[in-house]
Design a protein around this ligand. Structure first.
Ligand code: BYC
Ligand code: FE
Ligand code: FE
Length: 483
């Protein structure tokens, strides 16, 4: 057995899955590679493909030292296939097959279901790169620009991770799906990406930070559930992806946090106490807190839609089949089969939002969404401590799960952020109080001035506490060569 903690860089595609002795898959991936590079050049970061970016590359799967930092031109990034180490003893831990040895191959009866899960997961990865491709041009610092590109190359690697599974385990239709992943485009009228949030625009850096906080966190929750999979290669792939995902959420949380910090600082310096004194606050070149709340409302509600319907037979089938578990499945104390358990689900009953007990098996999406909400709340509370420390009377909150929804129980109604139902007219009158308006968007856009001097930051965001890879504040994270 080759040492799977080391990554083989001798093949064109770095990997720890012994591609060198798997001719069929190596060839398939080598054939897919040029199409990927074409996609990256056309749809990846616009204008910075020949810049030198200080990036981390995964060179091992050892949790203590898996990354190496160096300057890389993004198209030359070594996108590799890295799976967490195999545990020979691993079992299927939930569903109808609980207790069987984990599968090293795709169970025939679940082939279609599994392929669908892999394709949906795979589709989101390039979609996010497409959504973010214009942001380099307005980066508020070289530090932030580098973080954007780091996230982008790793989402590219996550696409590779899913494409590997398709090529290795699904033969011809896997190959077709892998090609399809390079053909759909975020926001395209004819060939859109599969899930709603991945067809939205990411117009500015506040949206980027909200996206990496809220939407990459859906990624984390979904990957955690798929990491429980009885299909072992899926589990191993997702476990390694999760180590990268942590950085994406760090970028989101600290990005929003630094915008909040800068706003509070500027308000204090100008002697402004009222967070709703928008005209004076905006004149300081910072983003007022109520607008930050609106952006959070938008990105949280879009991300909630990614959990699917609260009550879902798809989710029940995924679980029963042992393909997709719950968050921290093995730490939950129950039968892991959910034969008779129930779970409280928020539903619309007679025009009211009420809690209804549903079979836990069909409420898997709801449960994961609840775990997600808790995880989001942790970050929101940390943002609130920044505001509190500055002595400003304002708190950010997560809106009701009924607010601004397009999937599931609340898709047909309008609700306030507090969860009170509204008719169409009332909603239309209030919408711009709760979601970014055209004017809010224009204002934020006006602040998106590139700031590319070493160690300098745009007016609306403060400097990070520490550099990447412990670099000094004025480190040149990106050596820009336009083109
Ligand atoms: N948009 O039973 P239902 C990430 C469809 S993010 C459009 O309610 P289910 C990342 C659904 O397909 C993580 N359509 O839902 C983050 C179904 O269609 P069919 C991505 C939607 O299937 C940032 C119908 O509605 N990974 O990694 O239980 C940057 C009824 O479905 C949507 C995954 O999502 C939607 N939002 O759950 C980069 C994991 N929601 O069957 C990357 C894999 C539902 O009627 N996916 N529909 O044709 C899944 O586990 C599930 O498919 C979902 C949906 C949780 C997405
Ligand atoms: Fe990803
Ligand atoms: Fe991510």
């Amino acid at each position: 057995m080759p040492d799977t903690t080391l990554v083989d860089y001798s093949t064109k595609i770095p990997n720890n899955v012994d591609l060198a002795s798997d001719d069929r898959v190596l060839k398939a991936l080598e054939q897919w590679h040029p199409g990927y590079i074409d996609w990256w050049m056309a749809m990846g970061p616009d204008g910075f493909q020949s810049s030198d970016v200080y990036l981390r590359t995964a060179v091992s799967i050892d949790p203590k030292g898996w990354a190496k930092f160096d300057y890389v031109k993004m198209p030359e990034y070594r996108w590799g296939i890295l799976l967490a180490p195999r545990d020979e003893e691993r079992l299927v831990n939930f569903g109808a097959h609980k207790g069987e040895k984990a599968w090293q191959d795709v169970p025939g009866e679940y082939r279609a279901m599994l392929r669908r899960l892999i394709v949906i997961q795979g589709d989101t990865e390039p979609a996010s790169v497409e959504q973010q491709r214009h942001l380099g041009k307005t980066a508020p610092s070289l530090y932030d620009m580098r973080n954007l590109f780091q996230v982008n190359v790793e989402e590219g690697r996550h696409l590779w991770a899913m494409v590997y599974l398709l090529h290795k385990y699904f033969g011809r239709d896997g190959r077709e799906e892998a090609d399809g992943l390079l053909q759909r485009r975020s926001g395209d009228a004819d060939k859109p990406r599969m899930l709603g949030a991945f067809n939205e625009e990411t117009p500015d850096w506040l949206s980027f930070f909200m996206f990496t906080f809220f939407t990459d966190r859906d990624g984390k929750m979904q990957l955690e559930s798929l990491a429980q999979s009885g299909f072992d290669p899926m589990s191993r792939t997702c476990r390694f992806m999760l180590t990268e995902e942590a950085h994406h959420m760090f970028v989101g949380e600290t990005g929003v946090g630094r915008a909040i910090e800068r706003t509070c600082e500027a308000m204090k310096a100008a002697g402004i106490e009222d967070p709703f004194d928008l005209v004076r606050i905006r004149a300081l070149g910072v983003i007022d807190l109520p607008t930050i709340q609106k952006k959070a409302n938008l990105h949280y509600s879009l991300s909630l839609d990614l959990f699917g319907s609260e009550v879902s037979t798809n989710a029940a089938n995924f679980f029963n089949a042992g393909l997709k578990g719950r968050f921290m499945e093995t730490r939950i104390e129950d039968d892991h089969q959910l034969t008779s358990a129930t779970y409280p689900v928020l539903k619309l009953v007679d025009g009211d939002i009420r809690t209804v007990e549903e079979p836990a098996l069909t409420a898997i999406n709801m449960r994961l969404r609840d775990d997600y909400t808790k995880d989001c709340q942790g970050g929101v509370s940390r943002w609130n401590r920044i505001i509190e420390k500055a002595g400003i009377k304002f708190q950010l909150t997560l809106p009701s799960v009924a607010f601004n929804r397009h999937i599931g129980e609340f898709k047909g109604i309008h609700a306030t952020p507090d969860g009170k139902l509204l008719n169409d007219q009332q909603w239309a009158a209030m919408r711009d109080q709760w979601l970014p308006s055209k004017a809010d968007g224009d204002f934020i856009a006006s602040l998106m001035q590139p700031c590319w001097d070493r160690g300098k930051f745009a007016s609306w965001i403060s400097a990070p506490k520490v550099g990447i890879d412990q670099k000094a504040g004025d480190f040149e994270y990106v050596k820009i060569h336009r083109g």
